[in-house]
Design a protein around this ligand. Structure first.
Ligand SMILES: Cc1cc2nc3c(=O)[nH]c(=O)nc-3n(C[C@H](O)[C@H](O)[C@H](O)COP(=O)(O)OP(=O)(O)OC[C@H]3O[C@@H](n4cnc5c(N)ncnc54)[C@H](O)[C@@H]3O)c2cc1C
Length: 391
Protein backbone atom coordinates (compact mmCIF):
# COMPACT_ATOMS: atom_id res chain seq x y z
CA UNK A 1 0.00 0.00 0.00
CA UNK A 2 1.02 3.61 -0.58
CA UNK A 3 -0.22 6.89 0.85
CA UNK A 4 0.97 10.41 1.64
CA UNK A 5 0.53 10.25 5.44
CA UNK A 6 0.55 6.90 7.27
CA UNK A 7 -1.10 7.20 10.68
CA UNK A 8 -0.36 4.56 13.31
CA UNK A 9 -3.15 4.41 15.91
CA UNK A 10 -6.90 5.01 15.73
CA UNK A 11 -7.40 6.74 19.09
CA UNK A 12 -8.59 10.35 19.30
CA UNK A 13 -5.31 11.73 17.89
CA UNK A 14 -5.13 9.44 14.85
CA UNK A 15 -8.84 9.62 14.02
CA UNK A 16 -9.07 13.41 14.28
CA UNK A 17 -5.88 13.87 12.28
CA UNK A 18 -7.35 11.70 9.50
CA UNK A 19 -10.48 13.92 9.40
CA UNK A 20 -8.44 17.12 9.33
CA UNK A 21 -6.14 15.85 6.56
CA UNK A 22 -9.12 14.57 4.56
CA UNK A 23 -10.68 18.06 4.74
CA UNK A 24 -7.42 19.49 3.33
CA UNK A 25 -7.29 16.94 0.53
CA UNK A 26 -4.23 15.14 1.95
CA UNK A 27 -4.27 11.32 1.48
CA UNK A 28 -3.82 9.15 4.54
CA UNK A 29 -4.33 5.66 5.92
CA UNK A 30 -5.02 4.84 9.59
CA UNK A 31 -3.74 1.56 11.07
CA UNK A 32 -5.40 0.55 14.36
CA UNK A 33 -4.29 -2.62 16.14
CA UNK A 34 -7.55 -3.25 18.04
CA UNK A 35 -11.10 -4.00 16.91
CA UNK A 36 -13.68 -1.25 16.38
CA UNK A 37 -15.67 -2.53 19.39
CA UNK A 38 -12.62 -2.34 21.65
CA UNK A 39 -11.62 1.24 20.79
CA UNK A 40 -15.23 2.43 21.09
CA UNK A 41 -15.62 1.02 24.60
CA UNK A 42 -12.27 2.01 26.16
CA UNK A 43 -13.14 4.20 29.18
CA UNK A 44 -10.86 7.22 29.56
CA UNK A 45 -11.21 11.00 29.49
CA UNK A 46 -14.35 13.10 29.50
CA UNK A 47 -13.60 16.84 29.64
CA UNK A 48 -13.23 18.71 26.34
CA UNK A 49 -11.64 22.16 26.23
CA UNK A 50 -13.24 24.85 24.10
CA UNK A 51 -10.57 24.36 21.38
CA UNK A 52 -11.26 20.61 21.27
CA UNK A 53 -15.01 21.23 20.97
CA UNK A 54 -14.39 23.72 18.15
CA UNK A 55 -12.09 21.28 16.30
CA UNK A 56 -14.67 18.47 16.52
CA UNK A 57 -17.42 20.77 15.25
CA UNK A 58 -15.24 22.05 12.41
CA UNK A 59 -14.54 18.53 11.13
CA UNK A 60 -18.22 17.53 11.23
CA UNK A 61 -18.03 15.46 14.43
CA UNK A 62 -19.98 17.90 16.63
CA UNK A 63 -23.63 16.99 16.06
CA UNK A 64 -24.10 14.35 18.78
CA UNK A 65 -21.64 16.14 21.10
CA UNK A 66 -23.73 19.33 20.88
CA UNK A 67 -26.94 17.37 21.49
CA UNK A 68 -25.72 15.14 24.33
CA UNK A 69 -22.66 16.85 25.82
CA UNK A 70 -22.98 18.92 28.98
CA UNK A 71 -21.53 22.44 28.93
CA UNK A 72 -19.79 23.22 32.24
CA UNK A 73 -19.10 26.78 33.25
CA UNK A 74 -17.10 26.03 36.36
CA UNK A 75 -15.66 23.57 38.86
CA UNK A 76 -15.82 23.34 42.62
CA UNK A 77 -12.77 23.13 44.87
CA UNK A 78 -13.56 21.50 48.20
CA UNK A 79 -11.19 21.71 51.17
CA UNK A 80 -11.43 22.33 54.92
CA UNK A 81 -15.10 21.20 54.63
CA UNK A 82 -15.81 24.35 52.54
CA UNK A 83 -16.94 24.77 48.89
CA UNK A 84 -15.41 27.29 46.46
CA UNK A 85 -16.70 27.70 42.91
CA UNK A 86 -14.43 28.76 40.04
CA UNK A 87 -16.60 30.47 37.43
CA UNK A 88 -14.99 30.03 34.02
CA UNK A 89 -16.87 32.52 31.78
CA UNK A 90 -16.42 35.50 34.10
CA UNK A 91 -12.72 34.68 34.63
CA UNK A 92 -11.81 33.86 31.02
CA UNK A 93 -13.91 36.18 28.87
CA UNK A 94 -16.60 33.59 28.19
CA UNK A 95 -14.85 30.23 27.94
CA UNK A 96 -16.27 26.93 29.22
CA UNK A 97 -15.64 23.17 28.85
CA UNK A 98 -17.82 20.30 27.61
CA UNK A 99 -18.40 16.98 29.39
CA UNK A 100 -18.58 14.36 26.62
CA UNK A 101 -16.91 10.99 27.05
CA UNK A 102 -13.85 9.98 25.00
CA UNK A 103 -15.72 6.79 24.03
CA UNK A 104 -18.35 8.95 22.32
CA UNK A 105 -15.76 11.17 20.59
CA UNK A 106 -14.13 8.01 19.20
CA UNK A 107 -17.48 6.55 18.07
CA UNK A 108 -18.36 9.79 16.22
CA UNK A 109 -14.95 9.99 14.50
CA UNK A 110 -14.96 6.28 13.53
CA UNK A 111 -18.45 6.59 12.01
CA UNK A 112 -17.41 9.61 9.91
CA UNK A 113 -14.19 7.95 8.83
CA UNK A 114 -15.91 4.75 7.72
CA UNK A 115 -18.65 6.73 5.92
CA UNK A 116 -16.54 9.00 3.74
CA UNK A 117 -12.98 9.13 5.02
CA UNK A 118 -9.70 7.64 3.91
CA UNK A 119 -9.01 3.98 4.87
CA UNK A 120 -9.17 3.03 8.55
CA UNK A 121 -7.98 -0.54 9.08
CA UNK A 122 -8.87 -2.25 12.36
CA UNK A 123 -6.80 -5.20 13.64
CA UNK A 124 -3.86 -3.70 11.71
CA UNK A 125 -0.89 -3.74 14.03
CA UNK A 126 2.20 -1.72 13.14
CA UNK A 127 5.38 -3.67 13.90
CA UNK A 128 8.08 -1.22 12.84
CA UNK A 129 8.80 2.07 11.08
CA UNK A 130 11.69 1.78 8.65
CA UNK A 131 13.85 4.48 7.04
CA UNK A 132 12.38 7.44 9.00
CA UNK A 133 15.32 9.60 7.78
CA UNK A 134 14.44 9.01 4.13
CA UNK A 135 11.70 10.76 2.12
CA UNK A 136 9.92 7.38 1.71
CA UNK A 137 9.53 5.87 5.20
CA UNK A 138 7.76 2.53 5.44
CA UNK A 139 5.45 1.09 8.11
CA UNK A 140 5.51 -2.69 8.43
CA UNK A 141 2.25 -4.04 9.83
CA UNK A 142 0.15 -7.18 10.11
CA UNK A 143 -3.48 -7.19 9.05
CA UNK A 144 -5.66 -10.27 9.54
CA UNK A 145 -2.59 -12.43 10.00
CA UNK A 146 -0.79 -11.19 6.86
CA UNK A 147 2.33 -9.01 6.97
CA UNK A 148 2.13 -5.90 4.75
CA UNK A 149 3.92 -2.61 4.16
CA UNK A 150 2.62 0.95 3.95
CA UNK A 151 4.89 3.27 1.99
CA UNK A 152 4.42 6.93 2.98
CA UNK A 153 5.82 10.42 2.61
CA UNK A 154 5.33 10.95 6.35
CA UNK A 155 4.59 8.57 9.23
CA UNK A 156 2.60 9.83 12.22
CA UNK A 157 2.86 8.00 15.54
CA UNK A 158 -0.55 8.37 17.23
CA UNK A 159 -0.21 4.97 18.86
CA UNK A 160 -0.39 5.95 22.52
CA UNK A 161 2.09 5.47 25.30
CA UNK A 162 2.64 1.75 24.62
CA UNK A 163 2.93 2.06 20.84
CA UNK A 164 5.96 1.41 18.65
CA UNK A 165 6.42 4.73 16.84
CA UNK A 166 8.40 6.50 19.56
CA UNK A 167 11.08 3.83 19.32
CA UNK A 168 11.73 4.81 15.69
CA UNK A 169 13.37 7.99 16.99
CA UNK A 170 16.95 6.88 17.72
CA UNK A 171 17.83 6.72 21.41
CA UNK A 172 20.76 9.08 20.81
CA UNK A 173 18.34 11.79 19.67
CA UNK A 174 15.49 11.19 22.16
CA UNK A 175 15.27 12.97 25.51
CA UNK A 176 12.67 11.92 28.08
CA UNK A 177 11.45 13.73 31.17
CA UNK A 178 9.44 11.75 33.67
CA UNK A 179 7.77 11.98 37.07
CA UNK A 180 5.94 9.04 38.73
CA UNK A 181 3.64 10.11 41.56
CA UNK A 182 3.37 8.09 44.80
CA UNK A 183 -0.38 7.47 44.36
CA UNK A 184 -2.97 6.21 41.85
CA UNK A 185 -6.64 6.80 41.07
CA UNK A 186 -9.32 4.22 41.72
CA UNK A 187 -12.04 5.17 39.21
CA UNK A 188 -15.62 3.95 39.08
CA UNK A 189 -18.52 4.34 36.68
CA UNK A 190 -21.90 4.18 38.39
CA UNK A 191 -25.44 4.10 37.03
CA UNK A 192 -26.66 7.00 39.14
CA UNK A 193 -27.35 10.64 38.26
CA UNK A 194 -24.41 12.86 39.30
CA UNK A 195 -24.69 14.38 42.79
CA UNK A 196 -23.24 17.63 41.48
CA UNK A 197 -23.86 19.91 38.52
CA UNK A 198 -20.13 20.61 38.06
CA UNK A 199 -16.99 18.63 38.81
CA UNK A 200 -15.84 18.63 42.45
CA UNK A 201 -12.11 18.44 43.22
CA UNK A 202 -11.81 17.59 46.93
CA UNK A 203 -8.62 17.75 48.98
CA UNK A 204 -8.48 16.33 52.51
CA UNK A 205 -6.33 14.45 54.98
CA UNK A 206 -7.80 11.12 53.75
CA UNK A 207 -6.65 11.92 50.20
CA UNK A 208 -8.03 13.41 47.00
CA UNK A 209 -11.42 12.63 45.46
CA UNK A 210 -13.06 13.75 42.21
CA UNK A 211 -16.76 13.77 41.50
CA UNK A 212 -17.56 13.92 37.79
CA UNK A 213 -20.03 12.56 35.31
CA UNK A 214 -20.35 11.05 31.85
CA UNK A 215 -24.03 11.89 31.25
CA UNK A 216 -27.16 12.94 33.21
CA UNK A 217 -27.57 9.29 34.32
CA UNK A 218 -23.96 8.10 34.71
CA UNK A 219 -21.50 9.26 37.40
CA UNK A 220 -17.72 8.96 37.19
CA UNK A 221 -15.91 9.17 40.53
CA UNK A 222 -12.30 8.78 41.58
CA UNK A 223 -10.41 8.21 44.84
CA UNK A 224 -6.70 8.67 45.47
CA UNK A 225 -5.33 5.24 46.51
CA UNK A 226 -1.79 3.92 47.15
CA UNK A 227 0.17 2.65 44.15
CA UNK A 228 -0.30 -1.08 43.64
CA UNK A 229 -3.91 -1.02 44.92
CA UNK A 230 -6.00 -4.00 43.77
CA UNK A 231 -9.55 -2.87 42.85
CA UNK A 232 -10.77 -6.18 44.31
CA UNK A 233 -9.84 -4.83 47.76
CA UNK A 234 -12.43 -2.10 47.30
CA UNK A 235 -15.96 -3.54 47.45
CA UNK A 236 -18.64 -1.05 46.36
CA UNK A 237 -19.73 -0.10 49.91
CA UNK A 238 -16.16 0.69 50.92
CA UNK A 239 -15.80 2.99 47.90
CA UNK A 240 -19.04 4.86 48.61
CA UNK A 241 -18.18 5.23 52.33
CA UNK A 242 -14.76 6.65 51.47
CA UNK A 243 -16.22 9.02 48.86
CA UNK A 244 -18.76 10.20 51.45
CA UNK A 245 -15.95 10.93 53.92
CA UNK A 246 -13.78 12.80 51.38
CA UNK A 247 -16.60 14.97 50.01
CA UNK A 248 -18.01 15.84 53.48
CA UNK A 249 -18.75 19.57 53.91
CA UNK A 250 -20.34 21.82 56.50
CA UNK A 251 -23.90 22.37 55.35
CA UNK A 252 -26.27 20.47 53.13
CA UNK A 253 -24.82 18.06 50.58
CA UNK A 254 -25.22 14.34 49.98
CA UNK A 255 -23.74 11.80 47.61
CA UNK A 256 -26.17 9.60 45.70
CA UNK A 257 -25.14 5.92 45.51
CA UNK A 258 -25.92 3.51 42.67
CA UNK A 259 -24.76 0.30 40.98
CA UNK A 260 -21.03 0.37 40.11
CA UNK A 261 -20.58 -0.82 36.51
CA UNK A 262 -16.78 -0.47 36.13
CA UNK A 263 -13.80 -0.17 38.46
CA UNK A 264 -10.13 0.35 37.62
CA UNK A 265 -6.87 1.71 39.02
CA UNK A 266 -4.74 4.19 37.03
CA UNK A 267 -1.21 5.14 38.09
CA UNK A 268 -0.35 8.84 37.93
CA UNK A 269 2.54 9.84 35.72
CA UNK A 270 4.00 12.81 33.84
CA UNK A 271 6.12 11.98 30.80
CA UNK A 272 7.41 14.05 27.87
CA UNK A 273 9.62 12.88 25.02
CA UNK A 274 11.54 15.35 22.85
CA UNK A 275 11.75 16.00 19.97
CA UNK A 276 8.29 15.19 18.62
CA UNK A 277 9.67 14.92 15.08
CA UNK A 278 12.61 13.00 13.68
CA UNK A 279 13.15 12.91 9.89
CA UNK A 280 9.80 11.96 8.36
CA UNK A 281 8.23 10.58 11.56
CA UNK A 282 6.11 12.84 13.78
CA UNK A 283 4.64 11.92 17.17
CA UNK A 284 1.30 13.14 18.56
CA UNK A 285 -0.77 12.59 21.72
CA UNK A 286 0.09 9.95 24.28
CA UNK A 287 2.83 8.58 22.00
CA UNK A 288 4.82 11.69 22.96
CA UNK A 289 3.52 12.72 26.38
CA UNK A 290 1.43 11.62 29.35
CA UNK A 291 -0.09 13.84 32.03
CA UNK A 292 -1.82 12.84 35.26
CA UNK A 293 -5.57 13.26 34.70
CA UNK A 294 -6.06 15.89 37.46
CA UNK A 295 -5.89 18.75 34.94
CA UNK A 296 -8.10 16.96 32.34
CA UNK A 297 -5.46 17.59 29.69
CA UNK A 298 -4.51 14.20 28.09
CA UNK A 299 -7.16 14.02 25.39
CA UNK A 300 -7.06 17.79 24.84
CA UNK A 301 -3.30 17.75 24.25
CA UNK A 302 -3.69 14.93 21.73
CA UNK A 303 -6.20 17.11 19.88
CA UNK A 304 -4.04 20.24 19.95
CA UNK A 305 -1.03 18.29 18.62
CA UNK A 306 -2.94 17.08 15.58
CA UNK A 307 -4.51 20.50 14.96
CA UNK A 308 -1.00 21.99 14.82
CA UNK A 309 0.12 19.14 12.56
CA UNK A 310 -2.87 19.40 10.21
CA UNK A 311 -2.22 23.13 9.81
CA UNK A 312 1.36 22.31 8.82
CA UNK A 313 0.29 19.71 6.23
CA UNK A 314 -2.27 22.15 4.83
CA UNK A 315 0.47 24.74 4.34
CA UNK A 316 2.70 22.17 2.67
CA UNK A 317 -0.08 21.21 0.28
CA UNK A 318 -1.16 24.76 -0.53
CA UNK A 319 2.21 26.52 -0.79
CA UNK A 320 4.84 23.77 -0.92
CA UNK A 321 6.45 25.24 2.20
CA UNK A 322 7.54 22.78 4.91
CA UNK A 323 8.26 25.60 7.40
CA UNK A 324 5.37 24.74 9.73
CA UNK A 325 6.17 21.02 9.57
CA UNK A 326 9.77 21.85 10.47
CA UNK A 327 8.52 23.88 13.45
CA UNK A 328 6.02 21.16 14.53
CA UNK A 329 8.01 19.77 17.44
CA UNK A 330 8.88 23.16 18.95
CA UNK A 331 5.35 24.52 18.44
CA UNK A 332 3.77 21.49 20.17
CA UNK A 333 6.28 21.24 22.98
CA UNK A 334 5.65 24.82 24.12
CA UNK A 335 2.00 23.94 24.71
CA UNK A 336 2.77 20.42 26.01
CA UNK A 337 5.00 21.85 28.74
CA UNK A 338 2.35 24.37 29.79
CA UNK A 339 -0.19 21.54 30.14
CA UNK A 340 2.41 19.39 31.91
CA UNK A 341 3.09 22.21 34.36
CA UNK A 342 -0.64 22.79 35.01
CA UNK A 343 -1.35 19.06 35.50
CA UNK A 344 1.59 18.81 37.90
CA UNK A 345 0.41 21.84 39.89
CA UNK A 346 -3.17 20.56 40.17
CA UNK A 347 -1.93 17.10 41.14
CA UNK A 348 0.51 18.22 43.81
CA UNK A 349 -1.95 20.81 45.20
CA UNK A 350 -4.79 18.32 45.68
CA UNK A 351 -3.26 14.94 46.60
CA UNK A 352 -1.95 13.82 49.95
CA UNK A 353 1.65 12.76 49.38
CA UNK A 354 2.46 9.86 51.74
CA UNK A 355 6.14 10.84 51.64
CA UNK A 356 5.64 14.55 52.36
CA UNK A 357 5.95 16.43 55.64
CA UNK A 358 3.12 18.28 57.40
CA UNK A 359 4.71 21.45 55.99
CA UNK A 360 3.71 20.50 52.40
CA UNK A 361 0.13 19.95 53.51
CA UNK A 362 -0.04 23.49 54.90
CA UNK A 363 1.42 24.89 51.67
CA UNK A 364 -1.22 22.99 49.65
CA UNK A 365 -3.95 24.60 51.74
CA UNK A 366 -2.35 28.03 51.36
CA UNK A 367 -2.41 27.56 47.56
CA UNK A 368 -6.09 26.60 47.65
CA UNK A 369 -7.00 29.51 49.92
CA UNK A 370 -5.17 31.86 47.56
CA UNK A 371 -7.25 30.62 44.60
CA UNK A 372 -10.45 30.99 46.63
CA UNK A 373 -9.57 34.54 47.73
CA UNK A 374 -7.85 36.05 44.70
CA UNK A 375 -9.55 36.72 41.38
CA UNK A 376 -6.16 36.72 39.65
CA UNK A 377 -5.22 33.28 41.06
CA UNK A 378 -8.64 31.86 40.15
CA UNK A 379 -8.37 33.37 36.65
CA UNK A 380 -5.02 31.64 36.12
CA UNK A 381 -6.55 28.28 37.04
CA UNK A 382 -9.59 28.92 34.83
CA UNK A 383 -7.46 29.95 31.82
CA UNK A 384 -5.40 26.75 32.04
CA UNK A 385 -8.38 24.48 32.72
CA UNK A 386 -10.45 25.77 29.78
CA UNK A 387 -7.36 25.57 27.54
CA UNK A 388 -4.53 27.88 26.52
CA UNK A 389 -4.49 29.25 22.94
CA UNK A 390 -3.14 26.94 20.24
CA UNK A 391 -0.32 29.40 19.57
C1 LIG B 1 -6.92 4.42 31.93
C2 LIG B 1 -6.83 5.83 31.42
C3 LIG B 1 -7.66 6.82 31.93
C4 LIG B 1 -7.57 8.14 31.48
N1 LIG B 1 -8.39 9.10 32.00
C5 LIG B 1 -8.26 10.38 31.56
C6 LIG B 1 -9.06 11.40 32.08
O1 LIG B 1 -9.88 11.17 32.97
N2 LIG B 1 -8.89 12.66 31.60
C7 LIG B 1 -7.98 12.95 30.60
O2 LIG B 1 -7.86 14.10 30.15
N3 LIG B 1 -7.22 11.99 30.08
C8 LIG B 1 -7.34 10.72 30.53
N4 LIG B 1 -6.57 9.77 30.00
C9 LIG B 1 -5.68 10.16 28.93
C10 LIG B 1 -6.42 10.22 27.58
O3 LIG B 1 -7.37 9.21 27.49
C11 LIG B 1 -5.34 10.11 26.52
O4 LIG B 1 -4.50 11.25 26.65
C12 LIG B 1 -5.90 10.02 25.10
O5 LIG B 1 -6.50 8.78 24.89
C13 LIG B 1 -4.74 10.21 24.10
O6 LIG B 1 -5.18 9.90 22.82
P1 LIG B 1 -4.18 9.25 21.75
O7 LIG B 1 -4.97 9.10 20.51
O8 LIG B 1 -2.92 10.01 21.75
O9 LIG B 1 -3.78 7.83 22.36
P2 LIG B 1 -4.68 6.53 22.63
O10 LIG B 1 -6.07 6.92 23.03
O11 LIG B 1 -3.90 5.69 23.58
O12 LIG B 1 -4.78 5.83 21.23
C14 LIG B 1 -3.69 5.13 20.67
C15 LIG B 1 -4.25 4.10 19.71
O13 LIG B 1 -3.17 3.45 19.06
C16 LIG B 1 -3.43 2.06 19.00
N5 LIG B 1 -2.15 1.37 18.87
C17 LIG B 1 -1.21 1.18 19.82
N6 LIG B 1 -0.15 0.52 19.31
C18 LIG B 1 -0.43 0.30 18.01
C19 LIG B 1 0.29 -0.34 16.95
N7 LIG B 1 1.49 -0.91 17.14
N8 LIG B 1 -0.28 -0.40 15.72
C20 LIG B 1 -1.50 0.16 15.49
N9 LIG B 1 -2.22 0.78 16.48
C21 LIG B 1 -1.68 0.85 17.71
C22 LIG B 1 -4.18 1.79 20.30
O14 LIG B 1 -4.95 0.60 20.23
C23 LIG B 1 -5.03 3.02 20.41
O15 LIG B 1 -6.30 2.88 19.80
C24 LIG B 1 -6.63 8.46 30.47
C25 LIG B 1 -5.80 7.47 29.95
C26 LIG B 1 -5.86 6.16 30.42
C27 LIG B 1 -4.94 5.11 29.88
Amino acid sequence: MRTTVGIIGGGPAGLLLARLLHAEGVDCVVLESRTREYVEQRQRAGILEQGTVDALRDCGAGTRMDAEGLVHEGIELRFDRQRHRIDFPSLTGGRSVMVYAQTEVVKDLVALQLADGPPLLFEAQAIAVEKPESDRPVVRFTHRGREQTLECEYVIGCDGFHGIARAAVPAAVRRTYERAYPYSWLGILADVPPSCEELIYARGERGFALNSMRSPTVSRLYLQVPNGTDPADWPDDRIWDELDARFAVDGDWSLERGPVTAKSVTPMRSYVTEPMRYGRILLAGDAAHIVPPTGAKGLNLAVSDVRIMARAFAELRRTGSAALLDAYSDDCLRRVWQATRFSYEMTTMLHTDPEAQAFEGRVQLARLHRIAASGAAAAELAANYTGLPLG
